[in-house]
Design a protein around this ligand. Structure first.
Ligand SMILES: *[C@@H]1O[C@H](CO)[C@@H](O)[C@H](O)[C@H]1NC(C)=O
Ligand SMILES: *[C@@H]1O[C@H](CO)[C@@H](O)[C@H](O)[C@H]1NC(C)=O
Ligand SMILES: *[C@@H]1O[C@H](CO)[C@@H](O)[C@H](O)[C@H]1NC(C)=O
Ligand SMILES: *[C@@H]1O[C@H](CO)[C@@H](O)[C@H](O)[C@H]1NC(C)=O
Ligand SMILES: *[C@@H]1O[C@H](CO)[C@@H](O)[C@H](O)[C@H]1NC(C)=O
Ligand SMILES: *[C@@H]1O[C@H](CO)[C@@H](O)[C@H](O)[C@H]1NC(C)=O
Length: 929
């Protein structure tokens, strides 16, 4: 073909003028009448009739027809050796289905055409395809793009164009790239518009995108209807629209969309190739409204042939339609190129198929229909049809619109161009092909960047719209909150008692929600709407499903049965259901409780040390202190008396030996510490109760037929029912106070023995009555509290993400502290109580060690000194060792004669003793003997 174009250009202007003149004659003749045409046939060439069914009275029709004519001219002028010459018989289908069908019938029946090019639209194509199949006349359309046309399975139908469904993957790829979760298709309310929808939905599902709604707009819709529909769309959260309709129809849509403010920032509009391929035909004023629109356009590879075709296009077009001014002539679009290629291919196929038999034979018709005048009954069969079909379907050549090769009777898509409507025209932002997805450059190479160039979105924005919005148009989100009577720390609705107007909504859940909304990067307007207080939580969530609320916020547990009405965010509290039971004091008052503070070991060690200290003091004192003298029994009693009286610091004997004083001081310190610890420990033992849960197993309750409590309206009721509790056993409460009252009454008096509730409530309850109740381990799973939104709400993933952020932050701690302050105090005091355990030797061994060491040192020193003083006695080697030892012990038992008299000054019963008298009575006999 390029060779042909070159040849054409090389020819001089005179030649060109002649050709053009001939073309003009030929085509005007074609369009006007068929009869003129027949007279012009050159001898030696076989004329082959080909029908054309078009909406001729439109720019599209004119462009297509002129392209077909140009193709034939170009082909026959470059291949003058061809034996066949196609003669076109065109009939206007006048934009209606019936006219198109009639035209096709007339062409087949009357003209016995070999093939038909057309029709324009998919709707017109249905009938014509069937006729073509019956009469074996190939039907070649380059503009009927509805995918399902191939479902006629007619081997005589060819589509010299891409079907609409070939682009849906490109749309899916774009949607995936920008992570839009929901897309609303807007299409015309006819076969053409609806044809793409199943394929589009499939493609979107493949990229996990929802189609929450499809908007159908009739081609004949009045402006108000379009505006109504657009307003409808505006109220929905989705902001991504895929428009698939005829260009003139889309022009009205976009003009209205611009008017009501849907071409602003935040919106995404994607147009299919049905519009994007014909952007040049769209009025500049409409283009102004379409700024930021993204389109999928068939990519036509550049080639020299195409360039020169485009170069000559206006002039040649004007030669066919002289009344059009050159400025009015639109650029040739891809449909024109397909028309050109189709005509070119057809001419080649006709030449290949030969001209042996160009007649039609009449078909076998049943006798009953023999006399009918209806065309359809008496349709003949094209004898050359099958040959022509085979020749056509096997053609392969490089056409103006790229490679021309038919698979399954249709052109295959290879590459789409992604365009962005910008200024007066369009801007290429990338390419898409099934093999390599989206890419920036047309050449497919390893290095070529993936994705798209930056797109200027509606509202002149570079930032990618997030694809959804909380439908604003002045509306705030209506957030339902449960009205609670108890547990108001979670949600509390404060009403004006007079007017019933809601003054404030507060509580832990509300604060968490506010914190989460604040962290969202965009503003969400909302108002809290207290729900009907009679609603259970299930009913409340159902209200969202019914559309009464845009969300529910509160202590709403995430439950499977509720999730069919709602989409939950992630939970923001602990989860689980546990049992609360009262604790009873298991300790019986005990006469031996005074022994409890110290362990047995410690008692023994302490007792031992009292005796030990008594012994030490006797050793140190009895030789020097009058009070420690007397009969051995007296000495023993005095020593023990002295030692044990230190327990209450009531020892009265004066100690005279300095070593004793050292020992006694150390010992008194030890005694002080032990008695103090004992007192403290005993005090706590006597006051703190030994608390144990009354019930540990829920089955125990079932067996005993005890009552169990649950919070009013909570799903816990369902759990209890599933456990086969009888209704008479179930008591509901609304507040911690009521719960406590039920517990105090007890199961026998219509109260409860245990209560089943969710962890957050239990924590609050335990905080209020912390010493009286306890909880079991969570026994039933529940997923904690979450916020509920309508199914498919785009807010859910955003809010869930923020909930994670908030719950991990300091902010959450502050909110918890604000509402559950008492909780901490309670756990702290519990810990203190629990620590009052018995005192053991471990806490005191150091003290005993010190006493022991101090005492032993003193004794050793004292005994050493005694031995030194009495060395004459035990060093006397003459007497036997037993005797010496006996004497030494005897000496040790006696009073120390050398002790200074003053040392021995004592007072008995508070009366000072006369030192003289002491000196006088300083004999071997103890005074009290
Ligand atoms: C085309 O159709 C319109 C109505 O749809 C009709 O008024 C007009 O006469 C038709 N033209 C031709 C040439 O059939
Ligand atoms: C027409 O019908 C006759 C008998 O019904 C049959 O013999 C003949 O083969 C048929 N011809 C064609 C072309 O189908
Ligand atoms: C068809 O017309 C012929 C003559 O006009 C007549 O003899 C024959 O009965 C008609 N056949 C039917 C089925 O009407
Ligand atoms: C439409 O075209 C694509 C590729 O061009 C092809 O894979 C698909 O089968 C076609 N769809 C129908 C319904 O013919
Ligand atoms: C306030 O609401 C309660 C129940 O919600 C209702 O019983 C009462 O009549 C209302 N009072 C007013 C003044 O509307
Ligand atoms: C709640 O229920 C009570 C009794 O069942 C009814 O009288 C009252 O009107 C209800 N309140 C609302 C707001 O529906």
């Amino acid at each position: 073909m390029m060779r042909r174009r070159k040849g054409c250009r090389c020819s001089d202007f005179g030649m060109l003028a002649v050709v053009l003149f001939l073309n003009m004659l030929l085509t005007t003749a074609t369009v006007v009448t068929v009869q003129d045409e027949e007279e012009k046939v050159v001898p030696g060439e076989v004329k082959v009739k080909v029908g054309v069914v078009f909406d001729l009275d439109s720019v599209f029709g004119e462009m297509s027809l002129s392209c077909i004519s140009m193709a034939l001219d170009d082909l026959y002028s470059s291949r003058s050796y061809y034996k066949t010459r196609i003669v076109l018989h065109s009939i206007d289908s006048n934009d209606t289905v019936v006219d198109a069908a009639a035209a096709a019938l007339e062409l087949i029946k009357k003209e016995e055409v070999q093939a038909i090019i057309g029709p324009t639209s998919s709707m017109q194509a249905n009938f014509i395809i069937n006729i073509g199949d019956k009469a074996e006349v190939p039907i070649i359309s380059f503009s009927a793009t509805r995918p399902s046309l191939t479902s006629h399975r007619s081997s005589f139908f060819f589509r010299a164009a891409q079907n609409d469904s070939s682009q849906v993957k490109a749309i899916g790829a774009i949607v995936k790239t920008f992570k839009w979760r929901q897309v609303v298709p807007i299409h015309s309310d006819n076969e053409f518009g609806e044809g793409i929808i199943p394929y589009l939905i499939d493609a979107l599902q493949e990229v996990d995108t929802d189609v929450p709604y499809q908007s159908k707009i009739s081609a004949s819709a009045r402006d108000e209807q379009i505006i109504d529909e657009l307003n409808n769309l505006m109220k929905m959260p989705t902001r991504v629209f895929v428009v698939h309709m005829a260009p003139h129809h889309a022009s009205r849509l976009f003009t209205k969309a611009k008017e009501i403010g849907m071409m602003k920032r935040g919106y995404v509009w994607i147009i299919t190739d049905a519009i994007a391929n014909l952007l040049d035909l769209i009025d500049p004023s409409v283009l102004e409204a379409m700024q930021g629109v993204v389109g999928i356009k068939t990519y036509v590879p550049r080639s020299k042939g195409l360039d020169s075709f485009k170069h000559d296009w206006r002039k040649r077009f004007q030669s066919y339609y002289p009344r059009r001014k050159e400025e009015d002539i639109p650029e040739v679009d891809v449909f024109g190129l397909w028309a050109y290629d189709a005509a070119w291919a057809l001419a080649m196929a006709v030449e290949k198929a030969g001209t042996d038999n160009l007649r039609y034979t009449s078909t076998n018709i049943t006798a009953s229909k023999m006399n009918s005048t209806n065309y359809l009954y008496t349709l003949g069969v094209n004898q050359n049809g099958q040959k022509l079909r085979d020749a056509f379907s096997n053609l392969k050549f490089r056409g103006l619109a790229g490679e021309f090769s038919l698979i399954d009777g249709q052109l295959q898509s290879s590459l789409f161009e992604i365009v962005n409507v910008n200024g007066n025209g369009r801007r290429n932002v990338g390419f898409w092909s099934a093999e390599s997805g989206l890419r920036r450059k047309v050449e497919e190479s390893e290095r070529s960047a993936k994705g798209l160039r930056s797109i200027i979105w509606p509202g002149e924005r570079i930032v990618t719209p997030k694809g959804w919005e909380i439908p604003t148009n002045g509306k705030k989100l209506r957030i339902g909150v449960p009205v609670k009577h108890g547990f108001r720390e979670f949600v509390s609705v404060i009403r004006d008692p007079k007017t019933n107007a809601t003054i404030d909504v507060g509580g832990y859940c509300i604060d968490v929600f506010k914190a989460v909304i604040e962290t969202l990067p965009y503003k969400v307007d909302y108002e809290f709407v207290p729900a009907n207080p009679n609603f259970s939580y299930n009913e409340l969530t159902y209200q969202v499903f019914l559309g009464k609320f845009d969300a529910v916020v509160g202590d709403i547990t995430i439950r499977a049965n509720r999730s069919s009405y709602l989409d939950y965010t992630l939970p923001f509290t602990e989860s689980g259901v546990a049992m609360v039971v009262p604790m009873k004091n298991s300790k019986k008052t005990n006469a031996w409780v005074f022994l409890k503070p110290l362990t047995r070991d410690l008692w023994f060690v302490t007792a031992f040390f009292f005796v030990f200290v008594a012994f030490v003091i006797w050793i140190l004192e009895h030789r020097v202190n009058e009070q420690f003298r007397g009969s051995p029994l007296d000495q023993l009693c005095t020593s023990l008396w002295y030692s044990f009286s230190t327990m209450v610091f009531a020892h009265r004997e004066v100690t005279l030996n300095n070593l004793t004083r050292v020992v006694v001081v150390v010992w008194l310190f030890v005694v002080l510490i032990i008695t103090q610890s004992y007192t403290a420990s005993l005090a706590s033992l006597l006051t703190v109760q030994d608390l144990k849960p009354t019930v540990t197993d829920i089955n125990q309750l079932l067996k005993n037929g005890d009552n169990i409590g649950y919070q009013d309206g909570s799903f816990v009721y369902e759990i209890l029912k599933s456990l086969k509790f009888h209704d008479s056993q179930l008591k509901s409460y609304e507040s911690p106070k009521e719960m406590h009252q039920l517990f105090t009454r007890g199961s026998i008096n219509g109260g409860i023995s245990a209560a089943l509730d969710e962890i957050p409530y239990i924590k609050l309850f335990l905080a209020m009555y912390c010493s009286q109740y306890t909880t079991t381990e969570p026994t039933y799973k529940a997923d904690g509290f979450g916020f509920g939104f309508p199914i498919g709400s785009p807010l859910v993933p955003h809010i869930s993400r923020r909930i994670l952020e908030v719950t991990e932050s300091e902010r959450m701690k502050k909110i918890e502290e604000k509402w559950f302050k008492t909780l901490k105090e309670c756990t702290a005091s519990k810990v203190a109580e629990l620590s009052s355990t018995r005192l053991s030797i471990n806490s005191f061994w150091a003290l005993f060690l010190i006493t022991g060491v101090a005492s032993l040192c003193s004794v050793a020193f004292y005994v050493g000194k005694f031995l030194y003083d009495e060395r004459t006695r035990w060093q006397n080697v003459q007497s036997p060792i037993g005797e010496r030892l006996y004497k030494l012990v005897g000496e040790f038992m006696k009073r120390d004669q050398r002790a200074h008299p003053l040392r021995r000054r004592i007072s008995i019963n508070g009366v000072p003793f006369n030192p003289q008298a002491i000196v006088a009575s300083d004999d071997d006999h103890p005074r009290r003997d």
